[in-house]
Design a protein around this ligand. Structure first.
Ligand SMILES: Cc1ncc(COP(=O)(O)O)c(C=O)c1O
Length: 435
């Protein structure tokens, strides 16, 4: 390797390990990456939960190329370009009923910050300015900005960064391996964990709480599928107390759980919904917050010439991102990808659950085309066993993802049965070799 790897400080990466033994990706097509040695690597994680239509899709590539040549940038403040409106309309055709206003961002983290700010400002504008408290959930992941790590609940992402936002509290996570290990789809036990929000209300009073934010399926913490009835109960408690419910659908959005959004899969509609990743098939950074009409309307007061919401980014509604997103939605629609996970999920679940009984496996979890395989940690060395399995799979030509000692799978939605067989066989052999 002649390339100098020194200057790049890599994100969420064991830099020293990587630089000793680099894993360099140089190309991609369909279900596969290509590495610098010319090997084909099966993509078991849609890049990073984002390349839902598979890699290098011609329609999306062409749209980005043509857009770059036609309009490279348009300022998003007090100005706009036509594709920003076209995309917003297209999005509201597939989002859960009532979520019909689109605010653009450039990432999942920015979507989360935007939604949290929107929630607090919404209550203020309608005269309940004391509602500033934000409630997250233990083990939640909402990106890496200060709002997101404050409402988030993964200790590694929080402990290094001081006191974060004040006025934040957390309900309990839903992981319950004693009652729910090896559940296929939604676990049976744990709806009552939503009542933890009542505990928050009893402690802080509803009049101080702006919003609660959860991932419908907690992804980054290791794939925690919501217990049956849990999200419904959360919705009911929010309604009872005037608390906004925010779903962070950054990974569950765009077909991952079998419907376009997890809100539809679980039949619970939030007040605000964050998306990113699959919005552009991962090709150009872009995120968005979907808001209910009444939230938007609440802001539309005061003199016409004044800005209603003091928030936005230089690259909000970037023309390249809008073009990529429209072409992505076309691709999803043409190939039925937003519901394809519901067709493939049984086969995927069978494969995953066949890993029960393999060395070190202590739980298997799944929904749609998301899978989690939890391993017993190496004594005294948390996360090392799963990381070793990750390295072994890479050597064998399969990209998986690990978080702690859980292996997470989220393949592109174009996956065929033969790819699932390949993923499971490779994982099985790596588990059998693992120390
Ligand atoms: C639920 C959730 N929210 C937010 C984010 C942050 O997205 P980004 O990395 O695009 O900022 C992620 C990323 O994985 C996520 O899974």
């Amino acid at each position: 390797m002649s390339q100098n790897l020194d200057a790049y400080w890599m994100p969420f990466t064991a830099n020293r390990q990587f630089k000793k033994s680099p894993r360099l990706i140089t190309g991609a097509d369909g279900m596969y990456f290509r590495d610098d040695k010319g090997r084909q690597i099966l993509d078991g994680v849609a890049g990073l939960w984002c390349v839902n239509a598979g890699h290098n899709r011609p329609r999306i590539v062409k749209a980005i190329q043509e857009q770059a040549a036609e309009l490279d940038f348009a300022p998003p403040f007090q100005m706009a370009h036509p594709k920003a409106f076209e995309l917003a309309t297209r999005l509201t055709e597939i989002t859960p009923a009532g979520l019909n206003k689109v605010f653009y961002t450039n990432s999942g983290s920015e979507s989360v910050e935007t939604a949290l700010k929107m929630a607090i400002a919404y209550h203020r504008v309608r005269g309940e300015g004391a509602r500033t408290r934000l409630i997250g959930r233990e083990r939640g992941y909402h990106g890496v900005n200060f709002g997101g790590i404050s409402v988030g609940g993964m200790v590694g992402n929080r402990k290094m960064f001081g006191t974060m936002l004040g006025g934040v509290d957390h309900i309990r996570h839903t992981h319950d391996p004693v009652r729910n290990a090896y559940s296929v789809g939604q676990p049976a036990y744990g709806a009552e964990l939503a009542d933890d929000l009542e505990r928050m209300v009893a402690l802080h009073d509803a009049s101080t709480i702006a919003a609660v934010i959860v991932e419908p399926v907690a992804g980054s913490t290791g794939v925690l599928v919501p217990p049956q009835g849990y999200l419904q109960r959360l919705r009911e408690i929010c309604d009872k107390h005037g608390i906004l419910l925010i779903f962070d659908e950054v990974i569950t959005g765009f077909g991952r759980t079998g419907q376009p959004f997890a809100a539809q899969t679980f039949d619970v509609t939030p007040d605000l919904m964050t998306v990113a990743k699959g919005l552009t098939n991962g090709c150009v950074p872009m995120g968005a917050v979907l808001a209910k009409q009444h939230i938007y309307d609440t802001f539309m007061t005061g003199p016409d010439h004044l800005i209603e919401f003091f928030h936005g980014y230089t690259y909000s509604a970037h023309p390249l991102a809008c073009a990529a997103a429209i072409a992505t939605l076309d691709t999803y629609a043409e190939e039925g990808l937003l519901t394809r996970a519901s067709e493939m999920q049984n086969y995927f679940a069978e494969g995953l659950h066949s890993l029960k009984g393999e060395p070190h496996v202590i739980d298997v979890r799944n929904i749609g085309l998301v899978g989690g395989v939890e391993l017993a940690p190496l004594p005294g060395e948390p996360a090392k066993r799963a990381f070793n399995v990750f390295l072994d799979c890479w050597e064998q030509g399969l990209l998986i993802r690990t978080t702690g000692d859980t292996i997470a799978l989220s393949p592109p939605l174009i996956i065929e049965r033969s790819h699932i067989d390949h993923i499971i066989a490779t994982l099985r052999s790596a588990l059998r070799r693992a120390a």
